[in-house]
Design a protein around this ligand. Structure first.
Ligand SMILES: [Zn+2]
Length: 245
């Protein structure tokens, strides 16, 4: 695997221990071009960076060394982890994003992502449940890598988690809105078990967390409304996680 060095000064200078690295966060750049992304992620004025950036043609750039804390996650939460920069490796995929023309990720880009992710998983023994998108860990602020990111495909190669239902089975439960309070509470509990921060009781906040969940696990319909399909998926994911731990 060829990696090009492209130094960014946007990281904390102290080294971190191998043990502190527990999570992989996937992003899209959300900018007009690869060139613009590389410039911004390396510009001290913007205070943002990542460890790796993967271009549309599959080239991998190393911006920050893995043993340094890159600035990619911001205010964030996953499971027992808070403000994830210190505990994570950040990978940016070049994509214009929702503001400038969101497109499918390219085959070459995903092939490179799979290679580097597998290497990182092995090196730091990262759990599948801790391979997440920026929107999963910061659902109020972020929507990347977005609903075109192929989480299901990656999970079939043991990168991240996925449910064990067929899409044909699930389809029947889509848009059947959940009204009962116990069922809603069950859904919230499941999301919490998966890793989402669900401490807020604010309805608007919960709408955004539901959207983040859908963007990852039910990409066909992202409306922030809890339906039977969402409940089933959340139930299945949290049960499978329990079995494993
Ligand atoms: Zn991001």
């Amino acid at each position: 695997m060829k990696i090009k060095n492209h130094f960014s000064p946007n990281f904390n200078n102290q080294k971190r221990s191998i043990k502190s690295i527990k999570i992989i966060v996937i992003h899209y750049t959300g900018m007009q071009s690869e060139r613009e992304s590389l410039i911004r992620l390396c510009d001290p004025k913007f205070s943002v960076s990542c460890h790796y950036l993967i271009s549309r043609n599959g080239t991998i750039y190393r911006l920050v060394k893995e043993n340094k804390i890159a600035w990619h996650a911001g205010k964030s939460s996953w499971g027992n982890f808070k403000n994830l920069n210190k505990n994570s490796i950040g990978i940016e995929l070049v994509n214009k994003g929702h503001d400038f023309g969101y497109t499918n990720f390219t085959k070459k880009q995903l092939a490179s992502l799979i290679k580097i992710t597998k290497k990182i998983i092995r090196k730091y023994k990262i759990k599948n449940r801790n391979i997440v998108g920026h929107s999963d860990i910061a659902p109020l602020r972020k929507i990347d890598p977005g609903e075109k990111f192929p989480w299901k495909e990656l999970a079939s190669g043991k990168i991240g988690i996925w449910h064990s239902y067929s899409s044909n089975f699930l389809k029947k439960f889509r848009k059947i809105k959940i009204k009962k309070k116990e069922k809603k509470l069950k859904f919230i509990k499941n999301l919490n078990k998966i890793g989402y921060c669900t401490s807020s009781k604010n309805k608007h906040i919960f709408y955004k967390i539901t959207k983040a969940f859908q963007r990852h696990y039910r990409q066909e319909l992202i409306n922030g409304i809890i339906d039977e399909e969402c409940l089933l998926i959340s139930q299945n994911l949290s049960k499978n996680l329990q079995k494993r731990s």
